[in-house]
Design a protein around this ligand. Structure first.
Ligand SMILES: NC(=O)c1ccc[n+]([C@@H]2O[C@H](COP(=O)([O-])OP(=O)(O)OC[C@H]3O[C@@H](n4cnc5c(N)ncnc54)[C@H](OP(=O)(O)O)[C@@H]3O)[C@@H](O)[C@H]2O)c1
Length: 354
């Protein structure tokens, strides 16, 4: 495969400044690394947040290339990489550096946290998996300190599949990308009933993934708590708030039973007095990059191809945005304005002109 020396990338041009398509160099894979030609990359809420809010503190260089989800083709492998060859279709998570961000045409990834895309998935579908699945899986299964997980036994571990049969779980925001993966993992773990809040038009979507009881997310906190109590008299030991806005954290902690665990995906905004009865509430960090989750991530990545090819884990529905990387700017505006429901927005870096 011929590899250009220059590429196009979607970047934040200055701290909290505008997005723009820039020309950047193409990195060479070092030992243990892979260079991927990105065919599909997904947009995520964190992208607009890093541009528009204090999350920008994670960025160290400008223009800053973001992007957390990549599906593409191996273009080159670094020294010591034996599991992958040029031409393999792969998916992986990106990170917040210009070398690892996926909103560009060629990206570097470490060989232990990448996996082959099974034949039953398109590049667009594959690009909907990495960040959402990692956040769901780390939050449920990784160690509590300091990795941010509920320490359940993952379904790919011995004895993990079906282990929590008969135990209820509540998931706020089941139609979100993260929520969809939490539902599916909860099903593999055996949880039942699987109760989740969604807009009514997404009831069938979440039921298709394994949710047993969708609840209308427009109900009041009290109505949601009452609806959950009506569905199951059993104590709710695990709650996953896949939205974690102030609007969802309140009823999420209220439905949790004493001694239970509440996994958040954004900062804890609950007043102390609302967290009663020894409830454990924390925020998970859904990246397989970095020390805390790397070992867990590498193990999970060794199972992802199988989970996807068997249909045990289904990708999110996707919406493909025509127009190459520049189309990401309007896509991110839609995400910021809550105009995306139950699907992942995908851009195609190779369609970028220039
Ligand atoms: N901690 C981490 O490492 C981490 C990792 C990934 C994501 N996140 C954060 O997690 C959140 C979700 O990310 P995502 O990519 O999964 O989002 P997403 O798919 O873009 O979210 C869109 C969905 O959110 C649902 N939603 C919005 N407000 C809701 C509410 N009040 N109750 C229930 N559902 C609601 C909508 O559901 P309906 O259309 O059905 O109404 C819609 O389907 C974001 O804030 C993101 O920044 C954190």
């Amino acid at each position: 495969m011929s590899i250009p020396t220059k590429q196009q990338a979607l970047a934040i041009l200055t701290p909290q400044g505008a997005w723009g398509v820039i020309t950047a160099g193409v990195d060479k894979p070092g030992p243990g690394e892979i260079l991927v030609r990105v065919e599909s990359t997904a947009l995520n809420p964190i992208d607009w947040k890093v541009q528009a809010t204090a999350y920008s503190a994670v960025l160290k260089e400008y223009p800053a290339i973001l992007g957390s989800d990549s599906a593409g083709v191996v273009a080159a492998v670094g020294e010591g990489v034996t599991k992958f060859a040029v031409g393999d279709r792969v998916l992986h998570q990106g990170f917040f550096t210009n070398r690892l961000g996926t909103l560009k045409q060629y990206v570097i990834i470490y060989a232990d946290i990448v996996t082959k895309i099974p034949e039953n998935l398109t590049f667009d579908q594959a690009a909907s998996v990495p960040l959402g699945l990692a956040t769901a899986a780390i939050g449920l299964y990784n160690k509590r300190w300091e990795s941010g997980g509920a320490e359940l036994v993952a379904p790919w571990k011995e004895g993990g599949r079906g282990k929590y049969a008969g135990q209820p779980i509540f998931i706020a925001g089941g139609s979100s990308s993260v929520g969809q993966y939490v539902i599916q993992l909860a099903k593999l773990s055996g949880f039942s009933p699987i109760i989740t809040t969604v807009s009514a038009h997404n009831n069938d979507l979440v039921k298709g993934l394994g949710a047993t009881h969708p609840i209308d997310r427009k109900l009041s906190d009290e109505e949601i708590v009452a609806a959950v109590k009506k569905i199951t008299p059993k104590p709710l030991k695990i709650v996953f708030d896949a939205i974690s806005l102030k609007a969802t954290q309140g009823f999420s902690v209220d439905v949790l039973s004493p001694g239970g665990k509440l996994v958040l995906v954004l900062n804890n905004a609950l007043p102390k007095e609302r967290i009663t009865g020894d409830k454990d509430v924390w925020t998970t960090y859904g990246t397989v990059h970095g020390e805390l989750n790397r070992e867990f991530g590498a193990e999970m990545y060794s199972y992802i191809t199988e989970l996807l090819s068997s249909g045990d884990i289904k990708p999110n529905l996707t919406e493909s945005l025509p127009g190459g990387l520049a189309a990401g700017i309007e896509g991110l505006r839609r995400l910021q304005n809550d105009e995306v429901s139950g699907r992942k927005l995908i851009v195609h870096p190779q369609e970028t002109s220039g």
